[in-house]
Design a protein around this ligand. Structure first.
Ligand code: N01
Length: 544
C-alpha cells in the first residue's frame, strides 16, 4: 500500500539511472489521465503520470492550430465530479476554443494539486511486464525508468498523428507541420502561400480560420465531407446562471444518449412523416447550434438506407447554396460515402472560404499528390508553389498511440503484434496476456469527458477490488476477449460508422487492418455491461 515514491538500484553516475516505484503509472495527462490520477490518489495509491507534452491537456495541449474548438457544447464537456469546480468555472462560449479549453484543464490541475504527480516532457518508449515481480517496467525516451503494479494508458483515441509518406518531404525548403503538433509559438502564416492537405474536422476548422490571414491558400482535398454550421456564440450571464443551475439535468441527458452528447434522436422515421414535415424538421435542426442536426434528427438518418440518403441530399444542397462557382461547389459535395459515416465536421464559414480570391481547391482524388518538391507540392496535374505546408491528415487512431510505445506482455508478446489484425480486447479495456494493463483509451465511446469519467471510475473500482480482495493481478480471460472481439467485428460491420474509409475502422492508414476500433455499443449499453461484469466479481477476468 505504498503511498510514497521509493527508488531502487541507483547505479548511474553522470546520468539518471534509477527506477522509481509506484502503485500505478498513468500514461497521459489529458482529460482522462488527470481524472485517473485524481481517483487513484483518492484510493491512497502512489501514482505517477508520464506525459509527453510540456503541460496538461492532451488533445487540448497539442492541437493549438487556429480554429481548434469543441464541437460538443462546452458545458457538456467539463468534469462533473466536483460541484465546486462546476460552479467556479465559466465557459465563455457555447463551443469553446482551444486556448480556453487548455486553460480549463490547467485550472483543474491546479485546483486539485495534480501537477506534483505528473512528469512532463516524458514520452514513454516502452512498457514491459515483469512476470516474476508482477509489475510494469516503464521507460521514457530520456532514459527514466519507473515500475508499478498497474499501468493505465490514458493516451487518447486520436493522438498519434499521421503524416502520409510523400516522397520529397525532406527536401521541402519551407515550414511544415502536422496540426496535432502545432508549435506553441505558433506558425507564421501571415502573407504566406500556404497549402493544407486534408479536409476532415481539423482541416475544416483550420482552413476557415487561416484563409483570412494568408496571402494564398491551396486546399488539397481527397474526399469531400458533409459539414454543418456550428453556430457558436458567447454565453450571456443569464444563460450562464441557467447552465450552472442545471448541470444535473445536462449530465443526465448526456448519460442517456448513445454518444454521451446532450441530443436525443427523434424516435420517428424520416420516412413516416410527410415530405413537408420532414423538410421542416431538417430546416429547423439546421438552424440550431452544434450536433442537433445530426444527433437529434429522425433516428433512421443514422442508419444506412433511404432516410440517410434523403438527409444526405438535403446537406449536399446546403453546400451548393453557399459556394458561388458551381464547379467548385460540386467538388465540395460528398457523393462517395453516407452522411454520418464519418464524424460530422462543424464549421463556421467553411464553404464561403471557397468564394475568396486567395483560395484554391485542388482535387487530389482526380490528380493525386505525387511528391513534395523543395518549393511546394506536385500533383499528377500541376505544381503548386508554397511557403508552408500543413498536414491536417488525421491520426492513426486508438491503437496507433499504443503501438508507438513498445508494450510487452506475458511471454514477451507485444501489443502491436497482437493487434496486427485489429484490436483484441475485452470491452476495449484489457487484453489477455497483459495483466494489470488498462487500455482505457481504447474503451471510450463518444463525447470525451462524459465517456471518460465513468470509465475512469470503473478502472478505479476494479483496482480497489483487486487490492481489497488481496489479489495481485487481473487480466482479461482469452475466452472473454475472443467473445468480445467477435462481437465488435460482427455487430460492428453494419453500423453507419463502419461504412466509410475513416479512422473509425483504421481505413485512413495505409496497411492498417480494417476493424472497428471502438465499441459498436452505445455508451449506456457499455456502462451497463461494465457494471454487470463488476457486480459479478469481474466476470471474464482472471484474478490471481
Ligand atoms: O482527421 P481525418 P482529422 N492525401 O482523418 C486527408 C476529431 N476532431 O484530424 O478523407 C491526401 O478525419 C483525408 O482524406 P480522406 C474528430 O473525431 C474533433 O480531421 O482519407 N489527403 C482527410 O481529408 C475527427 O473525426 C474536432 O480521403 C489525405 C484528412 O486528411 C478526428 O478528430 C476537431 C491523405 C484527415 O481527416 C480526426 O479528424 C478536429 C493523403 N495521403 C478533429 N491522407 C472537434 O471539433 C489523409 N488525407 C472537437
Amino acid at each position: 500500500m505504498g503511498t510514497s515514491r521509493q527508488q531502487s538500484s541507483i547505479v548511474g553516475t553522470d546520468m539518471i539511472d534509477e527506477t522509481e516505484q509506484y502503485d500505478a503509472i498513468v500514461i497521459g495527462a489529458g482529460v482522462t489521465g488527470l481524472y485517473q490520477l485524481y481517483r487513484l490518489r483518492e484510493l491512497g495509491l502512489s501514482v505517477r503520470v508520464l506525459e509527453e507534452g510540456g503541460g496538461v491537456g492532451g488533445t487540448w495541449y497539442w492541437n493549438r492550430y487556429p480554429g481548434a474548438r469543441f464541437d460538443s457544447e462546452s458545458y457538456t464537456y467539463g468534469y462533473s465530479f466536483s460541484e465546486e469546480l462546476l460552479q467556479e468555472w465559466d465557459w465563455k462560449e457555447h463551443f469553446s476554443g482551444q486556448p480556453e479549453n487548455e486553460r480549463y484543464l490547467n485550472y483543474v490541475a491546479d485546483k486539485f494539486d495534480l501537477r506534483r504527480d505528473i512528469q512532463f516532457n516524458a514520452r514513454v518508449s516502452s512498457a514491459v511486464y515483469d512476470e516474476r515481480k508482477n509489475c510494469w517496467q516503464v521507460q521514457t525516451e530520456d532514459g527514466r525508468r519507473a515500475e508499478a503494479q498497474f499501468l493505465i494508458t490514458a493516451v487518447g483515441l486520436l493522438s498519434a498523428g499521421y503524416v502520409p509518406d510523400f516522397a520529397g518531404l525532406d527536401s521541402f525548403q519551407g515550414d511544415w507541420c502536422h496540426t496535432g503538433r502545432w508549435p506553441k509559438a505558433g506558425m507564421d502564416l501571415a502573407g504566406k502561400r500556404v497549402g493544407v492537405i486534408g479536409t476532415g474536422a481539423t482541416g475544416v476548422q483550420l482552413i476557415t480560420e487561416i484563409a483570412k490571414e494568408v496571402a494564398h491558400l491551396t486546399v488539397f482535398q481527397r474526399t469531400a465531407n458533409y459539414c454543418a454550421p456550428l453556430r457558436n456564440g458567447p454565453i450571456d450571464p443569464e444563460t450562464q446562471r441557467e447552465i450552472k443551475a442545471s448541470y444535473p439535468e445536462i449530465f443526465k441527458k448526456c448519460s442517456e444518449t448513445a454518444g454521451s452528447f446532450m441530443h436525443k434522436f427523434d424516435p420517428r422515421s424520416a420516412l413516416e412523416v410527410s415530405p413537408e414535415e420532414r423538410l421542416a424538421q431538417y430546416e429547423r435542426l439546421w438552424a440550431e447550434p452544434g450536433f442537433k442536426k445530426w444527433l437529434a434528427n429522425f433516428h433512421d438518418v443514422m442508419v444506412p438506407g433511404a432516410a440517410n440518403e434523403d438527409y444526405a441530399e438535403f446537406v449536399r444542397n446546403k453546400i451548393r447554396e453557399r459556394v458561388n462557382d458551381p464547379v467548385v461547389a460540386e467538388k465540395l459535395v460528398p457523393k462517395d460515402h453516407m452522411f454520418g459515416s464519418k464524424r460530422l465536421p462543424c464549421e463556421s464559414g467553411y464553404y464561403e472560404v471557397y468564394n475568396r480570391d486567395n483560395v484554391l481547391l485542388v482535387d487530389v482524388r482526380e490528380a493525386p499528390i505525387e511528391r513534395i518538391t523543395p518549393t511546394g507540392v506536385k500533383t499528377a496535374a500541376a505544381e503548386y508553389e508554397l511557403d508552408v505546408i500543413i498536414f491536417a491528415t488525421g491520426y492513426d487512431a486508438v491503437t496507433g498511440s499504443l503501438n508507438r510505445m513498445d508494450i510487452h506482455g506475458e511471454g514477451g508478446q507485444t501489443l502491436k503484434d497482437k493487434f496486427a489484425k485489429g484490436p483484441r480486447t475485452y470491452m476495449g479495456i484489457q487484453s489477455a496476456g497483459f495483466p494489470n494493463l488498462f487500455t482505457i483509451n481504447a474503451a471510450s465511446v463518444g463525447n470525451f469527458v462524459r465517456a471518460a469519467e465513468p470509465l475512469v471510475e470503473w478502472v478505479t473500482e476494479c483496482i480497489s477490488y483487486v487490492r481489497d480482495h488481496e489479489f495481485t493481478r487481473i487480466a482479461a480471460s482469452p475466452q472473454a476477449e475472443e467473445a468480445w472481439t467477435k462481437h465488435v467485428n460482427e455487430d460492428g460491420t453494419n453500423i453507419l460508422r463502419s461504412q466509410a474509409d475513416s479512422w473509425f475502422v483504421g481505413a485512413n492508414i495505409p496497411g492498417k487492418a480494417r476493424a472497428l476500433l471502438t465499441s459498436p455499443d452505445s455508451a449506456p449499453v457499455m456502462r451497463a455491461k461494465r457494471a454487470e461484469v463488476a457486480a459479478n466479481g469481474y466476470e471474464g477476468f482472471l484474478l490471481e
